[in-house]
Design a protein around this ligand. Structure first.
Ligand code: SF4
Length: 534
């Protein structure tokens, strides 16, 4: 029997281009859009498409096994489809013995081998990757053309025009600009359908009894995906997360099925319960579409069109449809615009001067705090958490405890299957940690255990009491919340949205203030946050 060539396992044949190439189109793992501008007008005889699996992308932060597997499985399916469509595909697998495992080095190697006249790629999703490709092209002496990513609804130049003259960008203003610009959910007079731009007031319901959402569509891994799962387990055995629950779409067809499944079965109740949390029910009425969207297997226009069609046919109410559309055309596009606007230094910002370590339980889920145990446990199981779990549990705790913003942003980047730097960094460093001084959010989303109690059933089985801020059963969230307000009282006194709550904190008798601060220090020491350590 002939020895296996690299990448031959699981129905995935080796794909190597022989001979010279005119245009080499580099496709990254989060650029799997078959309609991308870089793929249009290719000459099948003279041009080629290149994809590289490199360990660096799984190890620069210790990527969750499912995140790595999702990217690799989707890349392989994308390459196979292009290969079947007659394109020349140059694919370097993770187990190729010559693989240098660095994106820039692989590009240089491909350029040396194929001698392209030019390399073309879509704008990467991360400053680090963009710089690596630019340096590699320079070293290899080949022109690199980076084209705008047309997957997004907002061209970066348009975003800059919207930003011009704004001291503080406000998401709600951007969202209304998008609604008008894209002509979505508007009346004939230009006002919002339903008489309001958003229906958040209707969308904060908690469950009173166990919710019964239909289980989301989960495609069964085929031979190509199974081979990737085996490869990832073999190559990254010590990485966080488990592969057994892998359930993500890895092709455009499956991504479209996942969208249809959400629109049909969960969108109608998505709105009212989008902020609710429930132990043992990780998905609830959420779309689970951020991963296929961020890998570009799914187009945001298709998501919006499907949601609007559901509204127009009466299958889904306005508060659900508007809430979903807002996430797609508002929040997602706003966050991406901010990432590129803020520049590569954004990741170093730490306006609140927080320097603590990330507690070890973020990697294991082993903690007595039920809310964190549930949220981190499901991340380990699926690489998934919905926006309130990310913002108000895992993120909120890091903010209140004083974790260094880069430590928690790197954790988000490593642990969620949908994580790409353009989305993770502004969302974590900006929105969660307020480390950008209010560029993304006008105030930090700090909350005590009372919020978690109101929005979930986690506290019902927890040994801590969310109403107590001191004493043996004091909830760490509640203690750290009041400590946070006291620590940053001067900082936030001038913030219109924080002034009242800060004033409230300062009315606590000084003996109790000292008790809160002492207990907060004990919690920090107990959880290994150890303020002062980078
Ligand atoms: Fe979390 Fe506090 Fe509720 Fe326990 S009591 S689940 S620690 S918020």
């Amino acid at each position: 029997m002939a020895p296996k060539e690299p990448g031959q396992s699981g129905g995935f044949p080796p794909m190597r281009v022989r001979g010279s190439v005119r245009r080499l189109v580099l496709v990254l793992g989060d650029q799997l859009d078959e309609d991308a501008a870089v793929l249009r007008g290719l000459d099948k005889a003279r041009d080629a498409v290149a994809l590289f699996e490199v360990a660096e992308e799984a190890t620069h932060v210790p990527s969750h096994k499912q995140r790595t597997a999702l990217f690799l499985a989707a890349m392989r399916h994308f390459a196979l489809d292009r290969h079947r469509a007659g394109l020349r595909v140059h694919y370097v697998t993770l187990d190729d013995p010559d693989n240098t495992h660095a994106l820039g080095r692989e590009l240089e190697r491909a350029v040396r081998r194929l001698r392209p006249e030019t390399v073309v790629c879509t704008q990467p999703g991360e400053w680090r990757v963009r710089h690596a490709l630019e340096h590699a092209a320079e070293r290899a002496g080949v022109p690199l053309e980076i084209r705008p990513d047309e997957h997004f609804l907002t061209d970066l130049a348009d975003f800059e025009r919207w930003m011009a003259g704004r001291r503080r960008p406000v998401l709600e203003h951007f969202y209304r600009w998008q609604r008008r610009r894209l002509d979505l959910l508007l009346n004939a007079d230009g006002g919002p359908v339903g008489g309001a731009w958003n229906f958040d007031a209707d969308n904060r319901r908690a469950f009173r009894a166990a919710p019964q959402p239909a289980p989301p569509y989960a495609p069964r891994p085929d031979a190509v995906t199974r081979a990737v799962l085996e490869l990832v387990e073999r190559r990254f055995p010590a990485h966080p997360g488990r592969l057994a629950g892998f359930r993500w779409p890895v092709t455009r067809v499956d991504a479209r099925r996942a969208l249809d499944d959400f629109i049909r079965h969960r969108l109608p109740l998505f709105g009212p319960y989008q902020d609710a949390m429930w132990a043992g029910a990780p998905f609830l009425y959420h779309s689970l579409l951020s991963a296929p969207l961020n890998l570009k297997l799914l187009n945001p226009r298709a998501c919006v069109a499907a949601a609007l069609a559901a509204y127009e046919s009466g299958a889904a109410p306005l508060n659900s449809v508007e809430g979903f559309v807002r996430q797609v055309i508002g929040w997602r596009e706003f966050i991406r615009g901010i990432y590129w606007h803020a520049g590569p230094e954004y990741g170093r910002r730490n306006e609140l001067d927080q320097h603590g370590r990330l507690p070890e339980f973020y990697w294991t889920g082993e903690t007595e705090m039920v809310c964190l145990r549930e949220c981190i446990g499901q991340v380990l199981e699926y690489g998934y958490g919905h926006h309130i779990q990310r913002l108000m549990v895992t993120g909120n705790f890091a903010l209140l405890a004083g974790v260094h913003p880069r430590h928690i942003s790197d954790w988000y980047l490593a642990m969620y299957v949908d994580a790409v730097d353009w989305v993770t960094l502004p969302n974590t460093l900006g929105m969660v940690m307020h480390a950008d001084g209010g560029l993304v959010g006008t105030k930090p989303y700090a909350a005590s255990g009372r919020y978690i109690q109101r929005m979930s059933n986690y506290c019902a089985t927890c040994r801590f009491d969310p109403a107590r801020r001191t004493g043996a059963n004091a909830c760490p969230f509640t203690t750290l919340y009041w400590d946070f307000l006291l620590r940053y009282a001067r900082w936030f006194r001038g913030n219109r949205r924080m002034a009242l709550i800060v004033k409230n904190a300062l009315t606590i008798p000084s003996a109790e203030q000292r008790a809160i601060q002492g207990q907060a220090e004990e919690f920090r020491a107990q959880f290994g946050v150890t303020t002062g350590a980078e």
